[in-house]
Each structure stands twice: as structure tokens, then as C-alpha cells.
Design a protein around this ligand. Structure first.
Ligand code: 3HC
Ligand code: NAI
Length: 698
């Protein structure tokens, strides 16, 4: 018994309760407490069965991630689990909230498991670049079969109580965890049920033992998208050991895999990202305890690409939306797209068959801005011109109820200027979602000069409620993400004028781990938009202009920087583009040179990092880790590289500053010179991480 784990006696049932907020993580104190309480309960002859349950919002949510990388403190989790599994009295895990990672492994070492119907159970270690390190890879396949186990372990996605019951992971769904666990324990005693030790039960492994291809085929399908990541493959290997080796040898194999991963650069980066994401929800300069405003209904203006996706995100979370357009026709089109999207997801099995209808029922389509009147939060996603935004916000001021938060989804425009159109600038901010908005997790929350603290906390809280990752940024052109991306765009274009080809540049960027290179991305977005805007501004970009003049607008015309055959979305290098580049350069009197992949990588990444440093200098982002979060969740930065600022620290800021100075001179572009902050950190041999509070990640 200690401050976080206690043993109580309810007649002949011993109830061991873990109460270690916020998520009952398996810190040394929790491990020690469980160990001691179990020992006491086992030794107590008046106790016939034991229930392990948790106080607060959840069952044990895993190992304490802050302990990784630090010297281990006894008792080790394995030691605790062995003692529990070997208990001569039945132990029942009674689960509510989330039994994750080490938490589920504790439950798997119990003889029986019950859960409330809202509970979620999973082994998400892979999301931290790890594999389950306390028997999960050996016991879960014995509980649910290796195919389902490897799916849970390689994706890291939890399952609900109903699926857990169906698969044999839990015995029963109960009303309350402690009371349900106790009732189940009494039943065990009454029925004299034998102890069920998963380690001794190989029955569910038989099919895969006879034919391993059942397992290897499942793994091949699951790891298809795991490009660049180490953990999913190592985790699958550990599960395979459950099929091929005796339990104790499998455990050994799991341990080796875990110890290798826990010290890997990938896992360190992924653990950093875990805490960076949570840190980003803490808004610098807002008084602690600032309560968010109530949001029961949302209005979204514009049912186009973004408005539709934003409305879907709210409906996915069960929040009613009024979706407003300027005409019946536009509204019908927008509603139709949403319905089709949900139906496609349901057809793939991603959501239940009745979900599309249920979600559509949460969306009330209306024509006319006056329909915002009942909404607590209004998100504008209309055309990207200042005149239109100003008109819309002027009207919102007229129709929105007092205290409603007024948000713009603008990609670049100045929120302070937009806020001036209202008499309530304290309620105005940006909520910059990313396309496709129902899929991408990032929401840049733009804090304008007069935005009230509780308007900001409202935007952050509601973003988390709809499963987005919020990051608060200041007002500037393009905010954090697009502002940095513009630097990469500038360099990618310049590289073509020096001799690189689109496919070479894109290959370097995708090999680094980004989902798409800049040219494939331009083809997807459409080249004509930039072309028209350049024409309006009297600006030239000879290669891109020549492509557009040849009718190559990108994917939508089947040709752009690449060709796309038979309506496919896969970019194919096109000799015609190389010819067009050659001809353009000849006309400009420029010679192509051989550009190395190393140079491409440096020129893609370092100018973005320089811009990130400027963003920090200006206070547009409060912490380097916020910038990382923006790139991880808005642009598909590979999680195993932690984010651009984290990655920059690992490369070394002095090297980056030196190379930027070199390219500034070599390409005659003074804007590439390292900014003052980068220079200062580089000269001091310091890091971006030194600017932030120490990270919880080891
Ligand atoms: N260790 C340490 N701290 C943790 C933690 C953990 N496992 N899980 C959550 N926390 C902290 C968070 O950092 C946060 O701290 P803060 O308030 O100071 O920012 C606080 O707990 C609350 O977390 P969330 O904001 O994420 O709360 P939510 O309610 O949104 O989500 C959760 C709860 C679903 C449990 C989520 O926190 C989560 O997914 N946690 C991680 C689960 C996990 O990965 N477990 C596996 C760990 S590895 C492992 O177990 C190895 C084993 O195999 C040996
Ligand atoms: P879109 O052109 O697809 O949709 C805009 C919709 O707004 C149209 O359906 C139009 O009929 C409607 N609309 C115009 N005026 C309106 C009004 N007064 N009231 C109600 N509806 C009105 O444009 P998209 O791409 O959805 O962009 C919307 C906003 O989101 C822009 O500010 C854009 O910069 C921003 N954004 C766009 C991203 C993208 O990738 N498309 C990414 C992030 C932000």
C-alpha cells in the first residue's frame, strides 16, 4: 500500500485500486504499489479473489513515458506481472477509460478481464516508436489470435469493449468497473473457475503454427504504409515469436526488441512528438484555468472544399453544425460531397453502415448568413480575398449571438484586419484547418492582437474535442506552416533553373520521409492558380509559365510537372517536361548543371528552418515544438524525425547556419543568410530545444 495504490477488503474479495492522476501511468510508485498490494492480498487467507481497478478517468494508460531513457527503478514491470500471473488466487482486471500499452499488459497478466462498454483497449507502443515490452506481444496473440493481435500491435489502434468481448480479450461487459469486477470475482469463486493463464494457452495459435502464411500475409498488408519506420516491423517480428517459440523465449525476443527500440533515434523523436503535441495545447500568456466558452452548435460558412471538411469533422464528433452557403445550388453540391465521402468511408468499413445518415442528420444546410444566430462558434471558409472576408465578418457582427467565437479559416490573410470589421475583436481569431479538413489533424489557431484568452481556450478545447491537434500561432502572412513552406517552394523552383528535374527534387523529399515532393504537390493543387496570380501581379516564372502555356495545369489536365496516365493520380516523369525545361533554360541563356541530392535536401530543408527561427524570433510561435507539431500534423513531416526544429537540432545548428551562408553566396540570394537567432544559437553551439522548457521526453 502506498500513496497511489491501495488494498481494500470487501468480504473475501481484495480490491486493489490504482489512483495516480492523470492517467494512472505505471510509474515506479504505481508498480511498487501494485506489487505490494498483490503480495499482501495473496498472503491474506481471508481473501479468495482479487480485483485490480483504477480511480479517476481511466484504467492504467501505459508505462510512464517520462521514465524511458532514465535509469530503471525497481520493481520492473515484468517482475510485477510474473507475481500476478503466478498468484494462486484469481485476479480480475476491471477496466474503464483506456487500458493502453503497459496498462493492457497488466490486464493480460491477470487471469480474467472485464470492462465497461465505453472502455478502449490497445497496445499503442508503436506510435512511440516502441513495441509492447511487458509481454503484450506474447499474451495478446494467445488471447485474441495472432492475426488480430498483430493488427492491434502494428497499427497501435485500440479496440472497443464490444470487439474485445467478441475476440475473447475480455470476459464480460460490466456496468461499473469496480462493482462489475467485484461481482465477476464472486462468480468466479462460486463457480470454482480455474485460473486462466494466457501464457499456458496456445489454442488460438494453432492455425498460424500450422500455416505461418496466415500471419505473414496479414503483416505484409499492415506494414505496407510503414515506410521508414522501424517499430512496426520489429513489433511484427516479436508477435511472430509468439507463434514460433515457447512463451519464455518469445518474451526474451520481445525484450530484446524493446530495449533496442527504446534507445533508437526514431523512438526518441516519437516520444518527443507525443509531449510536443500535448504542450501545444498550453497557450503561452493565457492565465491558468481560463475556462473555454460553451460550444453546443457550430456554424460553418461556405460548403466548398474546406467548409465541407470542417463541417464533417464536427459531425464526426457528434456536434451539430449549421452549414451556410449563398445559394441552394452551392449548398446541395457541398452536402452531396459530404454524403459521398462518408458513404465511401462506410463502404470501406471505416465507419458503421448507419453512420453516414446519422452524421448527415447533424448538418443543417441553410442559405443566408443570418442563420449563424444560434451558433456558439462560427467558422468562415469562404473565398480567400480580403474584401469578401471583411464583408462576411461585418455581417457576422450583425447576426452572431453575443459571446460567439468568430473564426476565419483563411490561409494567409491578416486576422487583425478582419477583426476590425466587427465591434467584438476580442471574439475573433483564426482556425486554420488543412486540406482535406476531415482527415488532416492540424488546426493552427491564430491569435490576433485583441483575441480574448477565453476565445483562444475555446478554439483549443473544441479542436481537441474534434480530434484535431491545435497549435497557437500569431498573425503573419501564411502563419507558421505555409510561411515556412513558401521558402521550400522558392528553392524548389530555383533548383529547376539550375539543372535539377522535378522528379529528382521530389524523390529527395519523399526519401526523407515526406508524403509528397513539392512538384507532385503543385500538380495536385493545380498550376493554373499560381499562373493567373503571377499574371495579375506581372511576375514571371518561366518554367511554370511555359507548362501552363502548354495547357499543363497539373493532375486535373493529366499533365503538369509530371504526366498522369488513364486518370491515375500517380505522377510519371515526362520527357516532354525535361525538353521544355531545357528549351526554357536555353532561351534564358542558362546552362544545366548536375545538382546533387545532398544539395537538394539542404536547400529544401534549411531555408525552412531559417524561417522557423525567424518565426520564433518574432514570437509568431511560442515554442520550437509548436512548429514541429504544425509540420507533423499539417504537412506529413515523418514522425520519426520529430519535426523540422527537432531535426535541425540533430543535424547541428552550426552546420545549418554555415550551409545557409554558403548557399546565400553561391546562389546570390541574401535572404538565405541565417537569421539573428539561428546565428546566435549556432555560435553558442546551442539548440532550438534550449529555448523551451525542458521536454518531458528523455
Ligand atoms: N506516461 C506519462 N505521461 C502520460 C502518459 C504516459 N503513458 N499518458 C498521458 N500522459 C500525460 C500527458 O502528457 C498529459 O500530461 P499534461 O497534462 O502534463 O500535458 C496528461 O497525461 C493527460 O494526457 P492527455 O492530454 O493525452 O489526455 P487525454 O485524456 O486526451 O488522453 C490518453 C489520455 C488516451 C491515455 C493519452 O494520454 C495517451 O494516449 N497516452 C499514451 C498511451 C500510451 O502510449 N501508452 C503506452 C506507453 S508505452 C508502454 O506502455 C510500454 C510498455 O509496453 C512497457
Ligand atoms: P472553395 O472555393 O472550395 O469554397 C468556398 C465556398 O464558399 C464556395 O462554395 C462559395 O459558394 C462559398 N461562399 C462564398 N461566399 C460566401 C458567403 N458570403 N457565405 C457563405 N458561403 C460563401 O474554397 P476553399 O478551398 O474551401 O477555401 C475556403 C477558405 O479556406 C479560403 O479562405 C482558403 O484560403 C482556406 N483554405 C483553403 C485550403 C485548401 O487547400 N483549399 C487549405 C486551408 C485553408
Amino acid at each position: 500500500m502506498n500513496a497511489v495504490v491501495k488494498l481494500e477488503r470487501h468480504g473475501d474479495i481484495g480490491i486493489v485500486t490504482v489512483d495516480s492522476p492523470p492517467v494512472n501511468a505505471l510509474s515506479a510508485a504505481v508498480r511498487g504499489g501494485i506489487f505490494d498490494c498483490m503480495k499482501e492480498a495473496i498472503a491474506d487467507s481471508s481473501i479468495k479473489a482479487i480485483v485490480l481497478t483504477c480511480g479517476g478517468r481511466t484504467f492504467i494508460a501505459g508505462a510512464d513515458i517520462t521514465e524511458f531513457g532514465k535509469p530503471p527503478k525497481p520493481p520492473g514491470l515484468q517482475e510485477v506481472l510474473v507475481a500476478m500471473e503466478n498468484s494462486p488466487k484469481p485476479i480480475v482486471a476491471a477496466i474503464h477509460g483506456t487500458a493502453l500499452g503497459g496498462g493492457l499488459e497488466v490486464a493480460l497478466a491477470c487471469h480474467y478481464r472485464v470492462a465497461v462498454k465505453e472502455a478502449k483497449l490497445g497496445l499503442p507502443e508503436v506510435k512511440l516508436g516502441l513495441l509492447p515490452g511487458a509481454g503484450g506481444t506474447q499474451r495478446l496473440p494467445r488471447a485474441v489470435g495472432p492475426e488480430m493481435a498483430v493488427k492491434m500491435i502494428v497499427t497501435g489502434d485500440p479496440i472497443g469493449a464490444a470487439e474485445a468481448l467478441k475476440s475473447g480479450l475480455i470476459e464480460e461487459i460490466v456496468e461499473g468497473p469496480a462493482s462489475g469486477g467485484e461481482a465477476f470475482a464472486r462468480k468466479l469463486i462460486a463457480e470454482k473457475r480455474p485460473l486462466r493463464k494466457l501464457r499456458d494457452d496456445d489454442s488460438k495459435l494453432a492455425a498460424a503454427k500450422a500455416d505461418i502464411s496466415i500471419f505473414t500475409n496479414a503483416v505484409a498488408a499492415l506494414t505496407k504504409k510503414a515506410r521508414g519506420l522501424e517499430a512496426p516491423f520489429a513489433a511484427a517480428d516479436a508477435v511472430r515469436a509468439a507463434i514460433e517459440l515457447p512463451f519464455d523465449e518469445g518474451l526474451k525476443k520481445e525484450r530484446e526488441g524493446f530495449l533496442k527500440l527504446v534507445t533508437s533515434d526514431q523512438s526518441k523523436a516519437q516520444r518527443y512528438a507525443f509531449f510536443a503535441e500535448r504542450e501545444a495545447s498550453k497557450i503561452a500568456g493565457v492565465p491558468d484555468g481560463t475556462k473555454p466558452r460553451k460550444v453546443e452548435r457550430v456554424a460553418v460558412l461556405g460548403a466548398g472544399t474546406m467548409g465541407g471538411g470542417i463541417a464533417m469533422s464536427f459531425a464526426n464528433a457528434g456536434i451539430p453544425v449549421t452549414l451556410i452557403e449563398t445559394s441552394d445550388e452551392a449548398l446541395k453540391r457541398g452536402m452531396g460531397v459530404m454524403q459521398k465521402n462518408w458513404e465511401a468511408t462506410a463502404a470501406r468499413g471505416g465507419i458503421p453502415a448507419d453512420a453516414p445518415a446519422k452524421r448527415m442528420a447533424l448538418i443543417d444546410g441553410k442559405v443566408g448568413i443570418e442563420n449563424v444566430k444560434d451558433a456558439d462558434l462560427i467558422i468562415e471558409a469562404v473565398f480567400e480575398t480580403m474584401a469578401v472576408k471583411k464583408e462576411v465578418f461585418g455581417k457576422l457582427d450583425q447576426f452572431a449571438k453575443p459571446g460567439a467565437v468568430l473564426a476565419s479559416n483563411t490561409s494567409y490573410l491578416n486576422i487583425d484586419e478582419i477583426a476590425k470589421e466587427t465591434k467584438r475583436p476580442q471574439d475573433v481569431l483564426g482556425m486554420h484547418f488543412f486540406s482535406p479538413a476531415n482527415v488532416m489533424k492540424l488546426c493552427e489557431i491564430v491569435r490576433a492582437a485583441k483575441t480574448a484568452p477565453d476565445a483562444l481556450t475555446t478554439a483549443v478545447a473544441i479542436s481537441r474535442k474534434i480530434a484535431k491537434v491545435p497549435a497557437v500561432v500569431g498573425v503573419c502572412d501564411g502563419f507558421v506552416g505555409n510561411r515556412m513552406l513558401a521558402q521550400r517552394g522558392k528553392q524548389s523552383e530555383k533548383l529547376l533553373f539550375e539543372g535539377a528535374l522535378p522528379q529528382q527534387v521530389d524523390a529527395v523529399v519523399t526519401k526523407f520521409g515526406m508524403p509528397m515532393g513539392p512538384f507532385a504537390m503543385s500538380d495536385l493543387a493545380g498550376l493554373d492558380i499560381g499562373w493567373r496570380s503571377r499574371k495579375d501581379r506581372g511576375i514571371k516564372s518561366e518554367i511554370a509559365d511555359a507548362l501552363c502555356e502548354a495547357g499543363r495545369f497539373g493532375q486535373k489536365t493529366g499533365k503538369g510537372y509530371y504526366k498522369y496516365e488513364g486518370g491515375s493520380r500517380s505522377p510519371l516523369p515526362d520527357p516532354d517536361v525535361e525538353k521544355l525545361i531545357d528549351e526554357t533554360l536555353q532561351e534564358l541563356g542558362k546552362k544545366r548543371r548536375n545538382v546533387s541530392d545532398d544539395e537538394i535536401l539542404e536547400r529544401m530543408m534549411y531555408p525552412m528552418i531559417n524561417e522557423g527561427a525567424r518565426i520564433l524570433e518574432e514570437g509568431i510561435a511560442a515554442r520550437p515544438s509548436d512548429i514541429d507539431v504544425i509540420w507533423l500534423y499539417g504537412y506529413g513531416w515523418p514522425i520519426y524525425r520529430g519535426g523540422p526544429m527537432y531535426w535541425a537540432d540533430s543535424v547541428g545548428l552550426k552546420h545549418i547556419a554555415d550551409r545557409l551562408s554558403y548557399y546565400a553566396k553561391e546562389t546570390n540570394d541574401p535572404s538565405l543568410e541565417p537569421c539573428a537567432l539561428l546565428k546566435k544559437l549556432a555560435a553558442a553551439g546551442s539548440t532550438f530545444a534550449s529555448l523551451a522548457a525542458p521536454s518531458k521526453a528523455a
